[in-house]
Design a protein around this ligand. Structure first.
Ligand code: SER
Length: 318
């Protein structure tokens, strides 16, 4: 069987920068092309610099490389999106529509492409039940980022039903990782806190104590993404995007866990506009559909994640 030819947009982002190496490891380094917009890392490997909204360029890359799988990760996150809603709308919706339309044309030409697209807990809003949020529930987000996630979910489901495209998605919770610095999200306090702990032994949280949010360690997120994409299509019963989660915690709980490793560490609180965003999102998620359909299972709890973060981020900050 010919190897998959994979194209990843948003390769410099939080998920891209860890998914690309994982895909290269699994499918071979020459079979994964990364798209960078401007931040090209030193060890970029096979890559192209360009804009995911440039349809002619996207078409050229996909055709010339006979791409069979696209991970379309380009996106402006929640907090940055509230500061520039037009940018969030244009980037998040525009690039998705571009990729879907190219995939539709390729399918008609007998060259189907499988697509991964990330949704988020931001698809939920203040009217959604916040505890163990169900898969099928009210989707009335209060951020532009969330609006693009709901619209995107409906769009990918439409292209699946109408044009038979194999598109799969996850509603990621907050993702915690050490390879890239935090980049414009509301859940990013749970990444920043490690920088504060390691550099200054203190951190001022922009979310209040008691703000519970669903979270996941990057290793689990990368594995979930690849497992979803490898699942037999007959197992995929949800084409909008799957609820998925690992752990839920509040700032004081992650602070207490960090304190077990760095006893001098202290947390203080000064909430800002991101509090309102967090208050509109679930505290915990019901991801039983993902667990049932394609056997999703997380491995990192709060304790494992905290010690792994400190172990990996520590040397990077020296
Ligand atoms: N981590 C994202 C954010 O906070 C949620 O999808 O914007």
């Amino acid at each position: 069987m010919k190897p998959e030819k994979i194209f990843v947009t948003g390769a410099a982002g939080q998920i891209g920068s860890e998914l690309v190496p994982a895909l290269r490891e699994k499918y071979g380094k020459d079979n994964v092309i990364a798209l960078y917009h401007h931040n090209v890392p030193k060890d970029a490997g096979k890559h192209i610099i360009g804009d995911a909204g440039d349809k002619a360029l996207m078409e050229k890359i996909i055709k010339e490389n006979d791409i069979t799988v696209v991970y379309h990760l380009v996106g402006i996150l929640s907090a940055k999106g509230e500061q520039n809603p037009d940018l969030a709308y244009n980037v998040n919706m525009g690039t998705l529509k571009t990729i879907l339309d190219i995939a539709k044309d390729r399918k008609n030409a007998g060259k189907p492409i499988k697509i991964f697209w990330p949704s988020s807990i931001a698809a939920f809003g203040p009217t959604t039940p916040r505890d163990k949020t169900p898969q099928k529930t009210i989707l009335e987000p209060a951020t532009m980022y969330g609006v693009t996630k709901v619209a995107g979910e409906l769009l990918v489901n439409y292209y699946f039903k109408k044009f038979g495209l194999d598109i799969r998605g996850l509603r990621y919770p907050g993702i915690i990782s050490w390879k890239t610095p935090p980049g414009g999200g509301t859940t990013d306090y749970a990444v920043e806190i490690f920088y504060g702990a390691l550099k200054e032994k203190k951190y001022t949280s922009f979310l209040k104590a008691g703000t519970y949010l669903p979270m996941m360690y990057m290793d689990d997120a990368v594995r979930a993404t690849i497992e979803l994409m490898e699942a037999d299509p007959s197992k995929i019963s949800i084409r909008t995007s799957y609820n998925i989660t690992a752990i839920s915690f509040a700032p004081e709980e992650i602070a207490a866990e960090i304190k077990k490793h760095i006893p001098e560490f202290s947390i203080s609180y000064k909430d800002d506009f991101r509090q309102q965003i967090a208050d509109s999102w679930p505290k915990s998620i019901d991801d039983s559909s993902a667990r049932k359909d394609w056997a999703w299972k997380h491995t990192y709890g709060l304790a494992e994640m905290t010690s792994d973060m400190l172990k990996n981020l520590g040397p990077m900050l020296k």
